[in-house]
Design a protein around this ligand. Structure first.
Ligand SMILES: Cc1cc2nc3c(=O)[nH]c(=O)nc-3n(C[C@H](O)[C@H](O)[C@H](O)COP(=O)(O)OP(=O)(O)OC[C@H]3O[C@@H](n4cnc5c(N)ncnc54)[C@H](O)[C@@H]3O)c2cc1C
Length: 414
């Protein structure tokens, strides 16, 4: 694989851009692989990448029923932060955030990581107390956050209405090295690097069954034929329950639609990410100038990948209260993804009752930020059978009552 560089751009410009290679190969599946990952979202591809890079497992296939990055990875609002409350969460999200800092260099692919800062507004006394507590916890965890006063909020983001009619801004939890990245590029960058290591990324290929003998996984049935493997990673976000059923176990997750929308592009007016969880809405400005707006999750389980109209209305109404200047903006596009949520709002990275079969799911409304850290930890779990990053996120915690409660830090009303 040729390296992308400024020199390569100049060279290709001189020959009308006819010399670029395909970023990744599109092979037919082989009969057997050392490891198979189901799901070519960010988490599946990152797992494959770190299995190759950190553990030398490259005879591997990533199987995707649609197109790579076409699930939640290509549908999210790209917020990256690590200001979670519990130690195991802070560890995996901070590992992830720090990997984002060097991802473009590591993958030789510009993922446009923009550490512009993320603020979570406190608009009730309860939120003030909660975010102060998180800031203290983050200080002990080595995660750089601080609780800032309303004046500082105004300085950082002048378009916020600090004295909102219902919920004035009382302060904010501020993470200066949080930010955003280009979501498709994260999937594409990992896919290109995996393909360069000799892995097979097989798109338009649905897994329809999991095969096993004597309690051990032996392969998967797909729409392109059976594939044998002794190591299976299920990384399918909103379809985790469906795949778990194929593998013969149940998961404590619910799938719901979560939606987002963008406005028409406008001149730069906001260079931080703002989350307003009390009124419920979050917003950042893309490089194109569009205001990227995150909405709420549906209040009932579904696989629609659409979202409903009343959520758009509620989200926009809430944001107009916080950012009155957006009231004249036209909204351009709206879309939804299917997110998989656990009761404690923390992910599951775990062995399963089927030997050789591992599951990575439950990232809910906040897994984009976790892609590299999750891939790193889940690859270690699949390769070695344990990982310090994933130890607290096993399935057994639901049986034993050892929840990693992040229902507040998850930041989205659900
Ligand atoms: C509207 C919205 C906004 C969000 N905003 C943020 C945010 O700002 N910050 C943040 O951190 N997170 C956010 N998230 C959450 C984040 O997008 C997800 O947690 C993350 O992308 C999950 O990645 P994944 O790789 O696990 O899943 P996905 O990207 O969904 O990938 C799973 C893949 O599995 C494939 N698959 C499913 N079934 C099968 C099968 N049977 N066979 C083969 N392939 C299969 C799917 O086609 C899909 O491509 C948001 C999500 C949504 C929907």
């Amino acid at each position: 694989m040729r390296r992308y560089s400024a020199f390569a751009i100049v060279r290709e410009a001189a020959r009308h851009h006819l010399g670029w290679e395909r970023a990744w190969a599109s092979p037919s599946p082989k009969a057997r692989y050392d490891a198979v990952i189901v799901g070519a979202g960010g988490h599946g591809l990152a797992t494959a990448y770190y299995l190759g890079k950190n553990h030398g497992i490259t005879n591997l296939a990533v199987i995707e029923k649609g197109w790579l990055g076409g699930g939640n990875t290509g549908r999210n609002t790209t917020i990256i932060r690590s200001n979670y409350l519990q130690d195991p969460s802070a560890a995996i999200y901070e590992k992830s955030r720090s990997l984002y800092e060097t991802m473009s260099q590591d993958l030789n692919y510009n993922v446009m990581f923009s550490p512009r800062g993320v603020m979570m507004l406190a608009q009730t006394e309860h939120e003030v107390r909660g975010y102060r507590r998180t800031a203290h916890a983050n200080a002990l965890q080595g995660v750089a956050t601080e609780f800032i006063a309303p004046e500082r909020v105004r300085e950082l983001c002048p378009i916020i209405n600090i004295d909102g009619p219902r919920y004035p801004v009382l302060g904010a939890l501020w993470q200066p090295r949080g930010g955003t990245a280009r979501h498709d590029a994260v999937a594409w960058g990992y896919a290109r690097a995996c393909s360069a290591m000799g892995m097979d990324i097989i798109q338009q290929c649905e897994v329809t069954g999991v095969q096993s003998t004597n309690g051990k996984v032996t392969g998967v049935r797909t729409t392109k034929g059976d594939i044998a493997t002794g190591k299976l990673g299920i990384v399918v976000a909103g379809h985790s329950g469906v795949l778990a059923e194929m593998a013969g176990f149940r998961l404590p997750v619910e799938s719901v639609a979560l939606q987002a929308l963008v406005s028409e592009p406008i001149k730069p007016c906001m260079d931080v990410v703002v989350m307003a969880n009390t009124v419920h809405g979050y917003m950042s400005q893309s490089d194109k100038g569009e205001m990227v707006i995150g909405g709420g999750a549906d209040g009932y389980n579904n696989y629609t990948q659409r979202g409903s109209f009343h959520h758009i209305e509620e989200t926009v109404r809430a944001l107009i209260e916080t950012f009155p200047m957006i009231s004249r903006l036209k909204m351009l596009r709206q879309w939804g993804g299917i997110v998989d949520m656990t009761g404690d709002r923390s992910p599951i990275l775990s062995k399963t009752p089927l030997e050789g079969c591992f599951i990575n799911c439950g990232w809910g409304t906040g897994g984009f930020k976790a892609i590299p850290g999750s891939g790193w930890g889940f690859a270690e779990l699949m390769a070695k059978g344990h990982s310090p990053l994933t130890a607290a996120f096993g399935l057994e915690r639901f049986r034993e009552g050892r929840f990693v409660d992040e229902s507040v830090a998850a930041g989205v009303a659900h």
